[in-house]
Design a protein around this ligand. Structure first.
Ligand code: 5AD
Ligand code: SF4
Length: 427
């Protein structure tokens, strides 16, 4: 979501006549789009702003803007903490950016409205030509005890289906082949549109599947509690919806899941995985897992490892629990010591990587449909693309970016595949 917000910020600035500078040192306006979901990005921002402050002392004309969730979370203090900051704006106020950074670069000092607008209708600078993000909702009504998102992005607000389909149609005419529907809790989309509009996320998937030219549809992130049957049926039945689901687990211990306020337990999560796999042949599953949530014992952690072994995820994002000011969990007793958290993360990563490597190795010898993205990053003689399961493939071939080709898989690691192009499947 944050990366997509950056595309909107970039698009807004371009519409004001501000182009991308060749380097940071040559920029007249510096815009930092921040994330505050964990502590690490906060620390990084502090370092970047330190550099920006040094530049501003040399060049007082320099405009420094800080957007995103960190700006929102620190709205009372940001100008105090960082006097070099001229403008701060929350994730919902990208549409107002033009009001304060005029084309002349003149920036009033201050901060403007928060979560109130959809980024959907703003100009956008797409980083990839054939793939696009489409925001379907903003905010989140869940209350996960560790999570800062509801505080910084507000309550859930769904975009109207007509607007979403219009954007997808527009992207398709622009050559986009793959869309990723985005929402903090993407599959609860539509609930707040009732009673005026009686719809749900499965219906939205079907509507997007009907858009001519869209070959692949993904969505992130769904909440296990909202994965109802109509959504499963839509994923199973829509040709364009990829057999790939990111299904955050967070913890494999029902006791910790309860403390996290995830509203499902280990049994319900595993039953959902079974149901998804039965309905969607060849499903690739990804996940998010947090280690070291307050009160997590060795036994709780062992249960997370058990679930990981049982589900066998194709990919996993693993995180060390990081207390976020103002969240419920930050105030809980029994915070887990740093060294214990790090040791657990290491053990978890070892297991998730081993399983991902094993699963990818099983693909060797198979033919995969690959959407070509460009040249390989590691070997310029090869092309790079993605499978429907969302794995990067480096392969020998002569296809152009945006084409869908069949690639014979010849090798694998825990994160990538290697292969050779066989045919051009479609233009
Ligand atoms: N500490 C660690 N990880 C977190 N996440 C969200 N909040 C925190 C936190 N305070 C992780 C969750 C979520 C992902 C986007 O980030 O796993 O799914
Ligand atoms: Fe955060 Fe939970 Fe909402 Fe996801 S569902 S954004 S983890 S509160």
């Amino acid at each position: 979501m944050n990366a997509h917000d950056s595309e909107r910020i970039k698009g807004m600035l371009e519409s004001l006549g501000l182009g991308e500078a060749p380097s940071q040192e040559e920029a007249d306006v510096l815009v930092f789009n921040t994330c505050t979901v964990r502590e690490k990005p906060d620390t990084k921002l502090a370092a970047y702003l330190g550099d920006a402050g040094a530049r501003k002392r040399q060049d007082p004309e320099l405009v420094v803007a800080v957007g995103g969730c960190y700006a929102e979370a620190q709205r009372e203090r940001i100008f105090e903490l960082y006097p070099q900051v001229d403008v701060a704006f929350g994730p919902g106020s990208i549409p107002h950016l033009g009001d304060w950074i005029g084309a002349n670069g003149e920036a009033p000092r201050g901060r403007f409205g928060t979560h109130e607008h959809f980024a959907g209708d703003l100009p956008m600078h797409r980083e990839r030509r054939y793939s696009a993000w489409v925001q379907v909702s903003m905010g989140c009504n869940s209350k996960c005890a560790y999570c800062i998102v509801p505080a910084v992005r507000g309550r859930e607000q769904s975009r109207r289906p007509g607007e979403i389909v219009a954007e997808v149609t527009h992207l398709a005419t622009d050559g986009v082949k793959e869309i990723t529907l985005l929402g903090q809790n993407v599959n609860s989309w539509g609930r707040d549109l009732r009673p005026e509009l009686d719809t749900e996320f499965g219906e939205l998937l079907r509507a997007c599947d009907g858009v001519e030219g869209i070959e692949r549809i993904r969505f992130t992130s769904p909440h296990p509690k909202d994965f109802r049957d109509p959504v499963i049926a839509a994923v199973a039945e829509c040709d364009a919806v990829c057999e790939q689901i990111h299904l955050p687990l967070q913890s494999g211990s029902s006791r910790i899941l309860k403390a996290m306020r995830r509203t499902y337990d280990r049994g319900r999560y595993l039953a959902l995985v079974d149901k998804l796999r039965a309905a969607i042949p060849g499903l690739a599953l990804g996940t998010d897992i947090i280690v070291g949530f307050p009160g997590e014992t060795e036994d709780d952690f062992a249960q997370t490892l058990e679930v990981v072994e049982e589900v066998r995820y194709d990919s996993a994002f693993t995180f060390i629990y990081s207390p976020r000011h103002g969240t419920e969990a930050a105030a809980l007793p029994d915070q887990v010591p740093e060294d214990v958290k790090h040791a657990r993360l290491e053990r978890l990563v070892e297991v998730t990587q081993r399983i991902a490597a094993e699963k990818n190795a099983q693909r060797v010898g198979s033919m995969e449909e690959v959407l070509v993205e460009g040249r390989s990053r590691t070997d310029a003689t090869l092309l790079r693309g993605r499978t429907r399961s969302n794995l990067t493939v480096n392969f020998a071939g002569d296809a152009a970016p945006g084409q869908l080709v069949a690639v014979l898989i010849e090798g694998s690691t825990s994160t990538t595949l290697r292969g050779a192009q066989r045919t051009a499947v479609a233009a």
